[in-house]
Design a protein around this ligand. Structure first.
Ligand code: HEM
Length: 161
């Protein structure tokens, strides 16, 4: 008996992205034409509460030199059986995103572009591309601001713990 809580099963919509579920840790580097480049440590966690067609996502980053916290964000990934996906993210800076895009289960890649950005002072557009190759998760985040065309802001590689 499960006490009526419900048995934990992977929802069929989540199955193609089940390889993401778990905790990933690694390092990244950031930059932009208007700022000094920097490096960071990062932990990403994807959890699937079971039964619902959603993966919960949380990210935290820190300075490699001191461990001091940097940016953090969390949200929900909602894959659809037709290969599209929507992702909502709330950032520690106050910015919120609705991302839409597609996933390729065979190549373990997810491509997202912002459909909605809220409460941002400078950011006009954000794209995020995630790929898993040889059990390493890497991503690139690009952004466009009021002063700068779309350029990379972040790239990182992480391994599953
Ligand atoms: C700067 C956005 C993620 C660290 C900036 C700026 C923007 C921005 C608009 C100012 C650029 C300018 O003045 O022209 C974003 C967005 C993110 C993101 C939209 C996620 C999609 C991160 C992450 C980190 C980070 C994960 C750290 C690991 C920094 C640093 C600066 C910066 C160190 C320069 C100093 C500062 O302004 O605080 N970011 N950022 N950002 N970002 Fe990000």
């Amino acid at each position: 008996m499960d006490g009526g809580v419900g048995r934990k099963v992977v929802h069929p919509a989540v199955e193609p992205l089940a390889y993401l579920i778990g905790t990933w840790r690694g390092e990244g580097e950031g930059g932009f034409p208007t700022i000094s480049s920097f490096t960071y440590g990062e932990e990403l966690t994807f959890t699937h509460p079971g039964n619902k067609p959603v993966i919960a996502y949380s990210q935290k980053t820190w300075k490699l030199s001191s461990g001091e916290p940097m940016h953090a964000e969390s949200g929900y990934w909602r894959p659809k059986p037709d290969g599209t996906i929507e992702v909502v993210i709330a950032q520690s800076t106050g910015l919120v995103e609705v991302q839409k895009g597609s996933y390729d289960a065979e190549n373990k890649s997810v491509k997202l572009h912002s459909e909605v950005i809220g409460n941002a002072s400078k950011v006009k557009e954000i794209t995020r591309v995630f790929t898993v190759v040889n059990e390493e998760l890497s991503y690139v985040v690009e952004m466009e601001t009021n002063l700068t065309d779309r350029q990379p802001h972040l790239k990182a590689s992480l391994k599953k713990l």
